[in-house]
Design a protein around this ligand. Structure first.
Ligand code: G
Ligand code: G
Ligand code: MN
Ligand code: NA
Length: 256
C-alpha cells in the first residue's frame, strides 16, 4: 500500500500513538513540561516511518488537520491524567503540541483549543503550541492574527527549531510568542571551536525579548552546564529521556 494511503487507514484504525519527551528546569531539575510527539508503530515492535517522513505526507494530503485535532485532544487528556497520577509537585505543568500551517488555515483551530482547555480544565499557560519559523513566515498576517487569539485563551506559543528557518528577525519580533526552542544543531556545537556563539546569541536574543528558552537535543551534562550559565531556562533531550509512551513516562517520573 502506498505510504500516504496506509497512514490514513492506520490513523482511522487508531494506530497512531502520541509519545512524550520531558523538558527539565535547568535550575531546579524539575520536570517543567512535556513535548507530545507522534509515532506510527508497525505492530511488530518497530515503526512504519518517522514523523519527519509521515507528517509531511499528512500535510500534503490534508489529513494533518484531522490528525492534529486528535493530537491536541489526546495530549491534553494525557496531561490531565498525569496531574492526577503523579505526586503533586512532580506532575508536568505544561504540555507542548506541534501544529502545522494547515491547522492554522482551518478556521476551527481557535474553537478546538477553547473546547479542549475547558474539557480538561487547563489553567492559563498549561498548553503550548509549537510552530516553526517557516510556518510563521509563510502567511505572517494570518498567523499573527490567529496567534493573538490563541494567546487570549491562555495558550502559550513557542517557536520550534529556532535559528534554522528563513525568518527575518524584524518579522519574528512582531509575533506574539512566549518561548524560543533552540534547535538541536546549535546545542550539538556547544564545546566545539566557536560553537557556543550560536546558542549564546539565541539565548541572549530571547532573554532580551523577555521570552523563555528551551534547548533541544541536549545529550550531555557539559551542554547542560553551558546552557545554564548562558541563562537558558529549560532543557529537552536524551540526557534526560527520549520520547516515550505515557505509561513509561509516568514510571520515569515516579522513579526520579
Ligand atoms: O519525534 P521526532 O523528533 O522524530 O519528531 C520530528 C518532527 O516531527 C518534530 O520536530 C515535529 O516537527 C514533527 N512532529 C512530531 N509530532 C508532530 C505532531 O503531532 N504534529 C505535527 N504537525 N508535527 C509533529
Ligand atoms: O519538534 P521537533 O522536530 O524538534 O522534535 C524533536 C526531534 O528531536 C524528535 O525527532 C526527537 O526524536 C529528536 N530528539 C529529541 N531529543 C534528542 C536528542 O537528545 N538528540 C538527538 N540527536 N535528537 C533528539
Ligand atoms: Mn517540536
Ligand atoms: Na524542534
Amino acid at each position: 500500500l502506498e505510504l500516504a494511503r496506509r497512514l490514513r487507514v492506520d490513523f482511522k484504525a487508531g494506530k497512531l500513538e502520541l509519545w512524550y519527551q520531558p523538558q527539565i528546569c535547568l535550575r531546579s531539575g524539575n520536570v517543567q513540561g512535556l513535548e507530545a510527539l507522534l509515532r506510527w508503530p508497525d505492530g511488530q515492535g518497530g515503526m512504519v516511518a518517522t514523523p519527519d517522513v509521515f507528517v509531511p505526507l499528512a500535510e500534503q494530503s490534508g489529513l494533518i488537520v484531522e490528525i492534529g485535532q486528535w493530537v491536541l485532544e489526546r495530549a491534553c487528556a494525557d496531561w490531565r491524567d498525569l496531574q492526577g497520577s503523579c505526586a503533586h509537585q512532580a506532575a508536568p505543568a505544561r504540555i507542548g503540541v506541534n501544529v502545522s500551517l494547515a491547522q492554522f488555515r482551518n478556521a476551527d483551530l481557535v474553537a478546538q483549543l477553547s473546547a479542549v482547555i475547558q474539557a480538561q480544565k487547563m489553567p492559563v499557560g498549561a498548553l503550548e503550541l509549537e510552530i516553526t519559523e517557516s510556518l510563521a513566515m509563510d502567511e505572517p498576517l494570518m498567523v499573527k492574527r490567529t496567534l493573538t487569539q490563541v494567546r487570549a485563551l491562555g495558550v502559550r506559543v513557542a517557536i520550534d527549531d529556532f535559528g534554522t528557518g528563513y525568518s527575518s528577525l524584524s518579522q519574528l519580533s512582531d509575533l506574539p510568542v512566549d518561548c524560543l526552542k533552540v534547535d538541536r544543531c546549535f546545542v550539538a556545537r556547544i564545546g566545539q571551536d566557536n560553537g557556543n556563539v550560536f546558542a549564546e546569541t539565541i539565548i541572549h536574543l530571547g532573554r532580551r525579548l523577555g521570552l523563555e528558552l528551551v534547548a533541544e537535543g541536549v545529550e550531555t551534562e557539559t551542554q547542560c552546564e553551558v546552557l545554564r550559565s548562558l541563562g537558558c531556562h529549560y532543557a529537552q533531550g536524551w540526557r534526560y529521556a527520549k520520547a516515550q509512551p505515557l505509561a513509561e513516562l509516568r514510571r520515569w517520573i515516579a522513579n526520579r
